[in-house]
Design a protein around this ligand. Structure first.
Ligand code: C2O
Length: 574
């Protein structure tokens, strides 16, 4: 296996989007940042140089980091931030996974613009478990704010609310035609209304083609592997291509049985690899990203767009066809997609579901309140004396500030965290009963840096139960350091009597992010065979920022090859 060595230079520079200049923090001057291309088994070395005015850390999302927790890149969990003017070398191996992953800043809201792809090709000498695509293309879904992300962060730190929905959805860094500066809101509305019959006139489109819009040029008959990444901060996304179906072949760098669909449903943090065949009449077709919302929060109803362009079609010959954009509230469409996907168990990287469980955890997910102590007299707390807080089993996670949890664990330093994250929530009630939505007693959370310790190689089952507390929102739960099996999901309260029987123990999807339905549940299992300190959190950045997180500490195994190695020499300290 080889070694891939890259330099990531973090800088803040001016980008123009939505007709406005904006100071933007990016890696190597590009948005999205550089892609890491590697084969399974390769070692990755990234020299991170922080030339921005902000603290930084980079996380390699979905990378299992076997025995390399020091490189996981989570500020205050596995390392202290890399300060302005400082460097750090991230070194880790990509093993036991193939497909698409990504990297992003793991500190505050910087991941809004500090992100890029990781492409893991099959191990040298092997090939895909599906017929080889003619070409490959990254599709990176992001968001854009017409404000400096640092401001958004400050606002949220004060009030616990925010950020407001972003100003645009991006595809490979650009919002596309529907955000064209020359498009009046009236024409934009007409444009969207026309999607059903796709009878658009050139005059309906702004300055089509909008400069920068991503265009995927295809040749009739060829097959393309699209590696779709959701770098979106908060919303779940429906991704469609007019007139074209896609076949899902992998998710979170783990192969699935081929699954044919006309819509890709992707939560923040997830990656989905699909095959697309250019089998439609040569022409222009829009790819769209639209938002799924499952509570009545503010959201943007204008899709981001890119264009699928068949060879030999002149740019001005026609306006691209629009797909039918799903309803923003189509909860059934959203969650049904989870039902049908199964793992490819013939993959060399498949691991069977642990059938014996050592740790049975039941974790409730909720939004609640903490006392507000706004330091800024101009900022009003969201709810008089209270600020919003996210919680797992009613505990709002507080990041340490003096030392990373990993360093404290490794050096056995007291006072940074406590080992008492519970296996069961302190409160039991009818979790999906809407009467409890505003029950102040249940809404007050406990603040703490409570972690759950796991014995090396123990097996863990987690039932995530979303509650009605405050609002029943969707939560894309992400676990670092592992791929877990997603055994089942449903709406309402989880009941072992009713649901245990139906869990898929045979070929469930392996993933590192799973969407827990608002007012619903998900069951996952994993084997704690990777020593280290692993963050578990909602990948909705607005929720993570208000403490919807916890930490697993996996203890060392019996031998040196099952124990955490020493920290790297240049390990950033606080
Ligand atoms: Cu993609 Cu903890 O994050």
């Amino acid at each position: 296996a080889g070694t891939i060595e890259q330099t990531f230079l973090v800088q803040t520079q001016v980008f123009n989007r939505l007709c406005k200049d904006q100071y933007t923090t990016v890696v190597n001057g590009s948005l999205p940042g550089p892609t890491i291309y590697a084969n399974e088994g390769d070692t990755i070395i990234v020299h991170l140089i922080n030339d921005s005015p902000y603290n930084m850390s980079i996380h390699w999302h979905g990378v299992k980091q076997t025995l390399s927790c020091w490189a996981d890149g989570v500020a205050f969990i596995t390392q202290c931030p890399i300060q302005p003017g400082q460097k750090f070398v991230y070194k880790f191996k990509l093993s036991g996974q193939e497909g698409t992953l990504w990297w992003h800043a793991h500190l505050g809201f910087y991941r809004a613009t500090v992100y890029g792809a990781i492409v893991i090709y099959p191990k040298v000498g092997t090939s895909y478990p599906f017929s080889k695509p003619d070409e490959e293309q990254l599709i990176i879904l992001g968001e854009w704010w017409n404000r400096n992300v640092t401001e958004l962060q400050d606002e949220l730190d004060e009030t616990g609310v925010g950020p407001d929905s972003s100003d645009a959805n991006l595809i490979n860094g650009f919002p596309g035609d529907m955000y064209s500066c020359s498009l009046s809101s009236d024409r934009r509305r007409r444009f969207l209304k026309n999607q059903e019959n796709s009878s658009l006139e050139l005059s309906d489109v702004g300055s089509y083609p909008e400069p920068g819009t991503f265009r995927l040029k295809v040749t009739s008959g060829k097959t393309y592997l699209l590696r779709i990444i959701s770098a979106s901060l908060n919303p779940c996304i429906f991704f469609k291509i007019a007139n074209h179906n896609m076949v899902i072949v992998a998710t979170d760098a783990s192969y699935t049985n081929p699954f044919n669909t006309d819509v890709i449903i992707i939560s923040p943090g997830q990656t989905i690899d699909v095959l697309l065949t250019a089998n439609q009449p040569p022409g222009l077709y829009y790819m769209t990203t639209s938002v799924f919302v499952n509570s009545h929060v503010q959201f943007r109803d204008i899709p981001g767009t890119a264009i699928l362009e068949y060879e030999d079609v002149g740019i001005f010959q026609s306006v691209p066809k629009l797909p039918n954009i799903p309803s923003h509230y189509d909860r059934d469409l959203f969650y049904n997609s989870m039902k049908h996907l199964t793992s490819l168990v013939s993959s060399p990287f498949w691991t069977p579901v642990p059938l014996e469980v050592d740790e049975n955890m039941f974790i409730t997910i909720g939004l609640g309140f903490q006392p507000c102590n706004s330091r800024n007299p101009n900022q009003i707390c969201a709810f008089l004396e209270y600020r919003m807080a996210g919680s797992l089993s009613n505990i709002t996670f507080k990041l340490p500030t003096k030392m990373s949890i990993l360093e404290a664990h490794y050096n056995k330093v007291d006072g940074i965290y406590t080992n008492n994250f519970p296996n069961n929530p302190p409160l039991t009630f009818d979790f999906t009963d809407e009467r409890y939505m505003f029950d102040l007693e249940k809404l007050m959370t406990e603040l703490g840096t409570k972690v759950k310790r796991l014995k090396y190689n123990s097996t863990v089952e987690i039932v995530f139960q979303s509650t009605t507390l405050f609002t029943a929102e969707n939560h894309p739960m992400h676990l670092h350091g592992f791929n877990f099996h997603i055994l089942g999901h449903g709406f309402g309260n989880y009941s072992p009597l009713k649901h245990q029987e139906k869990l898929n123990l045979v070929n469930p999807v392996l993933a590192s992010t799973v969407s827990v339905p608002g007012n619903g549940w998900v069951v996952i299992r994993f084997r704690a065979n990777n020593p280290g300190v692993w963050f578990l959190h909602c990948h909705n950045e607005g929720h993570l920022a208000i403490g919807l997180a916890t930490v697993f500490i996996v203890e060392d195994g019996p031998t040196s090859s099952t124990s955490l190695p020493k920290p790297p020499e240049d390990y950033p300290r606080c």
